[in-house]
Design a protein around this ligand. Structure first.
Ligand SMILES: [Zn+2]
Length: 166
């Protein structure tokens, strides 16, 4: 039985990814591109990531990952491996910027004046890809992986402390 985190942690730290993970990730690429284009076409500003958060939540649940909502539209997914081990968190951000998209591609922004110009569409899609890959290996997973989908990275998180970062 492979000890997944034993491979994954050093890989994350030193950039060397085992061949079998690269192969499985390659197979996920078309799905990740599809998610990325969907998020790109539906950008949402900070604290307004309603569709994005709901979609992330739904997709994670589809992998059998426990989820809960935090910080407004944020999502936390928890994948508990079958074997004991450390807890590792992978974080990304979901919000877009108040920029009008000027490029005409089939997946261009459908939200006037709002655009994923900072790559958070790709971040969201890539973390979903990682979640799908790791969830498929839950029985071999040593430890727990927490997936953090952070809202309002570009702006100020709409909380009681919002005045502190205005
Ligand atoms: Zn950003």
């Amino acid at each position: 039985m492979r000890a997944l985190t034993a491979f994954l942690l050093p890989a994350l730290l030193c950039g060397q990814v085992p061949a079998w993970i690269r192969q499985e990730a390659s197979k996920l690429q078309p799905q990740v591109v599809e998610w990325r284009r969907d998020f790109h076409a539906h950008p949402e500003l900070s604290n307004r990531e309603v569709r994005t958060g709901a979609k992330v939540d739904e997709i994670l649940k589809g992998f059998g990952i426990e989820t809960r909502r935090i910080a407004g539209h944020g999502v936390v997914g928890v994948l508990k491996g079958a074997l004991p081990g450390p807890v590792v968190a992978l974080r990304e951000d979901m919000d877009a910027l108040p920029i009008q998209e000027a490029v005409d591609v089939p997946w261009k922004s459908t939200n006037p004046g709002v655009m994923h110009a900072c790559g958070h569409d790709a971040h969201s899609a890539m973390l979903l890809g990682a979640a799908k890959l790791l969830a498929a290996h839950q029985a071999e997973l040593k430890g727990t992986v927490v997936f953090l989908f952070q809202p309002a990275e570009e702006g100020c998180l709409n909380t009681r402390r919002a005045a502190l970062c205005a």
